[in-house]
Design a protein around this ligand. Structure first.
Ligand SMILES: *Cc1c(COP(=O)(O)O)cnc(C)c1O
Length: 355
């Protein structure tokens, strides 16, 4: 192995027991609520070897210290709680609905103030940073797939003394490692690509700052949003093939985005040129979008994303979805199936909308 292994090698090898006789190749599931006293862990809420194996692997991929949480939103809540009373949080006006709903809830209860911005409008974001305590970035955003200029945002936010937090769920550490670009905290819904098989809920935070990592772990210890052992184990198993899944799904998504752009039923394709999410806005509006989700057979109508199987959903069917997302938008989570099979199913369903 070279001095600095490539991400594919890290994904396969990180977080394993030492290569010693009789050691298992994979970190086992350690089902324990407590440990014999006077060690490093003491109690099940403070740590677990199986969580730690997942955290080691994710930390290596993102370039920091990782902490697993019970879900992506548990991780989000832990970050938003870092700021002081009445502090200003800048966030994208279209981002994952749950993150924005948490922020709105905190604001409603007088805990923080928020300023929502178009994250792709860098001048507007920079201007908004001035008196911020925390700048929330999602890039690409869910589901509009807007891209942020992270370098300029980091510069402006740090000049204001604000934390920069990047939700890296969509890009994955294979595409971007925000800590290397100066971000303070990376957030993941490991429920999505890291797990990759639509069979678990898990969240994670990653930071390079050891003091900050200690603060975040202290919050996890105290408030108890700890991961399930089985979930951490499954997510680590999923992580072993992250690079293969993302590569194949991205190739499929790139091809489908190209074909979708030529279909008469599609008014607009949103695809940033990487990753495996493609959003389409249909010419026939919300009704056509709902119809599409009922007409596919291979593509499953379901929420969530990032699994090996292709799924689709009209996001505005959710009350919490921001109005910056079009009523006619269908988010496609492209899986790792055969691309022609995917297109045959999708194009037949789209053809049905235009006749
Ligand atoms: C799903 C999602 C979350 C929330 O994660 P959960 O694991 O569902 O709690 C946060 N951010 C993004 C971008 C997501 O897609």
């Amino acid at each position: 192995m070279s001095e600095t292994p490539q991400p594919a090698t890290v994904a396969v090898h990180a977080g394993r027991p030492p290569h010693e006789a009789d050691q298992p190749l994979n970190e086992p599931l350690t089902m324990a609520s407590t440990y014999v006293a006077l060690g490093d862990r003491e109690y099940g809420r403070y740590g677990n070897p199986t969580w730690q194996a997942f955290e080691d692997a994710l930390g290596r991929l993102e370039g920091g210290t990782a902490l697993a949480f019970s879900s992506g939103l548990a991780a989000v809540a832990t970050v938003l709680d870092l700021v002081g009373q009445d502090a200003l949080v800048v966030a994208p006006d279209s981002a994952y609905s749950g993150s924005l709903a948490q922020l709105a809830d905190l604001e409603m209860r007088g805990r923080v103030r928020s300023r929502l911005v178009d994250i792709a409008d860098t001048d507007a974001v920079v201007a908004a940073c001035e008196d911020a305590a925390l700048v929330w970035v999602e890039t690409p955003t869910n589901p509009n797939l807007d891209i942020a200029d992270l370098a300029r945002i980091v510069e402006a936010a740090h000049a204001a003394g604000a934390y920069v937090v990047v939700d890296n769920t969509f890009a994955t550490p294979l595409v971007q490692t925000p800590l290397a670009d100066g971000a303070d905290i990376v957030v993941h819904s490991a429920t999505k690509y890291l797990g990759g098989h639509s069979d678990l809920l898990l969240g994670a935070l990653v930071t390079r700052d050891e003091e900050l990592a200690g603060v975040l772990k202290g919050r996890r210890d105290l408030y108890g949003a700890v991961p399930g052992t089985m979930e951490a184990w499954l997510a680590l198993r999923g992580l072993r093939t992250l690079h293969l899944r993302v590569e194949r799904a991205t190739a499929n998504a790139t091809e489908l985005a190209r074909r979708l752009a030529e279909h008469a039923a599609v008014e607009r394709v949103r695809y940033p040129g990487f990753g495996a999410i493609v959003s389409v806005e249909l010419a026939g509006g919300a009704m056509a979008a709902d119809l599409l989700t009922r007409k596919t057979h291979l593509w499953v109508h379901t929420t969530s994303l990032g699994g090996v199987e292709s799924t689709l959903e009209r996001r505005r069917r959710w009350k919490l979805e921001p109005t910056t997302v079009s009523e006619a938008l269908v988010r496609l989570s492209v899986g790792i199936e055969d691309v022609d099979d995917l297109w045959a199913d999708l194009s037949r369903a789209l053809d049905d909308l235009t006749v």
